[in-house]
Design a protein around this ligand. Structure first.
Ligand code: SPV
Ligand code: MG
Length: 555
């Protein structure tokens, strides 16, 4: 930019956010103003912030803007040696260059008693420039020498003498500063200078001078030195006063940016994309879909005003137990598909989705309501389940694309009211390391209607019962969705339940892993089960001291 044929512009920025805003406005480079950076810290432009604090701040600006940044490096924060270390650190952080001024450390802002400020010894300052140039490793790193002779009242010849000495010491450009309200000094200097090196100016005081004058004078670069800071101060003062006086936000909302705009400037969207790429396998991206749209049978007496999910079990709704069980295992994104008396469902901690047609439809129609939002590893489960925490943990630890929990206990309990018999490739040998069994078929109600269930078709006997929990890995969601799409095309889709989906998955060639448990869960289908559920859920003692056979399932 210093060497370009055109007049170039740097806009001031003082933190990552303002640097991002400057880039979005279309500027090609940034002036990291000492005044502004000090001010945003709430300190003075007197080297009150340490140089390392400035370098740390610059790192945020580099990251946020990806623009070349010229640091206002004051006096170089010390002698030639401090300058050497500064240049090294700036290169390491990706800063494009540094401007140093020929004053003494600690400096003060040029517009505060500028004429009283002692200037640096010319030879000493030239040595500092040389030290910086000798230190830089990137040939493009720039050192701009700022001449304060006009500010300090030493006159034009001294300004020119100093500029020439700094040029000879290796400065890539000269910043000639003036505090006059007109550009006369600058124009005179530029004429005398006659293009010996690029000239940089800071027209804060002579702001009304048309930019064409700078072009005609042969200036290379203009720095708008503090205008982001001053704009922010004006806006903040006005909003702070207004809110303090009115004790309401209503008057300011329309004149400030939305929170969405803050997110956009922070590039929150990129984070979400990266999360989908890198975090979906991690605990943070575990989800659950709880199917709770139907009223169910057997509990009519207590579900006149609420769905089963909201029945109090041991003093809190069943939903509360479910949420706690999920959260304990890092399943934080919980969607409940409601229908019957959905208004009674407490929406805190969950996403509530409605199956409007709950009265005429079955479980798969409810699952379909949540399908589009499924993006990460997801547990699908019935809304009337209580289970010990290991049941969910073991299911989540299973690495298969699809996994189901099958209870291998008490085959004698199978009777005419029981559904969801699971036929598996191996029975539960209660091997400590798991059985590696695969699901072959679940006898669903639909199958019953077709007369093909275990009860009517005789052997083979089921290896247990599916308890109503399915885990789908993220990478298998596409398959789940395509199998669901095929089922949706069936005329009887509205009557299908989750076992029909499991069978369709198996028929499609999917491997559905079986995670065997032996009791330790409850479903709530009648008043008797509700009473048992209270016992089951209530005492953490009971939970902790559970026997092997504890928790007789009934579905
Ligand atoms: C700054 O922006 O900190 C400068 C320019 O040094 S000026 O304030 O004009 O001196
Ligand atoms: Mg400064």
């Amino acid at each position: 930019m210093l060497l370009s044929e055109r007049l170039e512009f740097l806009m001031e920025a003082h933190n990552g956010l303002s640097a991002r805003i400057v880039r979005e406005a279309g500027f090609g480079g940034i002036w990291a103003s000492g005044l502004s950076m000090a001010a945003q810290f709430g300190v003075r432009d007197n080297n009150e912030a340490s140089w390392t604090q400035i370098v740390d701040l610059l790192e945020f600006m580099v990251d946020a803007s990806d623009l070349p940044i010229l640091l206002d490096g004051d006096t170089g924060y010390g002698n030639f040696n401090n300058m050497r270390r500064l240049v090294r650190k700036l290169e390491q952080r990706g800063v494009a260059g540094v401007c140093i001024e020929d004053k003494q450390f600690p400096k003060t802002n040029s517009f505060l008693n500028g004429e009283r400020q002692p200037l640096a010894d010319v030879a000493e300052f030239a040595g500092k420039i040389m030290a910086g140039k000798d230190t830089q490793r990137d040939g493009d790193f720039c050192i701009v020498a700022r001449v304060e002779a006009l500010i300090a009242g030493w006159g034009m010849p001294e300004a020119l003498r100093r500029a020439e000495a700094y040029r000879l010491a290796g400065a890539d450009a000269i910043l000639i500063h003036s505090k006059l309200a007109k550009a006369d000094e600058i124009v005179t200097f530029a004429r005398e200078w006659a293009g010996r090196a690029p000239l940089v100016i800071v027209p804060t005081r002579y702001y009304s001078t048309p930019t064409a004058v700078f072009r005609e004078a042969g200036i290379s670069m203009v720095i708008w030195a503090n205008h982001m800071l001053r704009a922010a101060i004006a806006a903040m003062q006005s909003v702070a006063r207004e809110v303090q006086l009115s004790q309401t936000l209503v008057n300011v909302e329309d004149r400030i940016v939305s929170v969405q705009e803050v997110f956009r400037l922070q590039d929150a969207e990129e984070y979400s994309e990266a999360e989908r790429l890198y975090l979906a396998q991690a605990d943070a991206a575990r989800a659950a879909v709880v199917l709770a749209a139907g009223r169910g049978r057997g509990l009519e007496a207590v579900t006149t005003d609420r769905p089963k999910l909201m029945l109090p079990i041991g003093g809190r709704p069943l939903l509360g137990w479910l949420i706690e069980s999920f959260k304990k295992e890092g399943v934080n994104d919980i969607t409940v598909v409601g229908g019957y008396r959905a208004a009674a469902i407490d929406p805190s901690g969950i996403k509530l989705t409605l199956n409007e047609r709950y009265a005429e439809t079955g479980e798969l129609a409810s699952l379909a309501c949540a399908l589009n939002d499924m993006q990460s590893d997801t547990v699908v489960c019935y809304g009337d389940l209580l289970f010990r925490s290991y049941v969910l943990r073991d299911l989540l630890e299973c690495e298969a694309d699809f996994a189901v929990v099958v209870d291998s206990s008490a085959p004698g309990a199978i009777n005419s009211t029981v559904r969801d018999f699971a036929f598996c490739s191996r029975s539960d040998d209660r091997d400590f390391f798991g059985s590696g069994a695969l699901l072959q078929r679940v006898a669903s109600l639909a199958d019953d209607a077709a007369g093909t269930s275990a009860r009517t078709s005789g052997p083979p006997t089921p290896q247990g019962r599916w308890i109503g929990m399915l885990h789908v890995r993220r990478q298998a969601l596409a398959r789940l969705k395509s199998v669901m799409a095929v089922l949706r095309a069936r005329p009887d889709f509205d009557s299908l339940d989750v076992p029909a989906l499991l069978n369709a998955l198996v028929a499609d060639g999917a491997t559905v892993q079986v995670v065997y448990v032996h009791g330790h869960w409850r479903s709530v289908n009648d008043l008797e089960e509700l009473r048992h559920a209270v016992d089951f859920a209530h005492g953490q003692n009971l939970l902790g001291a559970a026997t092997d056979e504890d928790g007789g399932p009934r579905r």
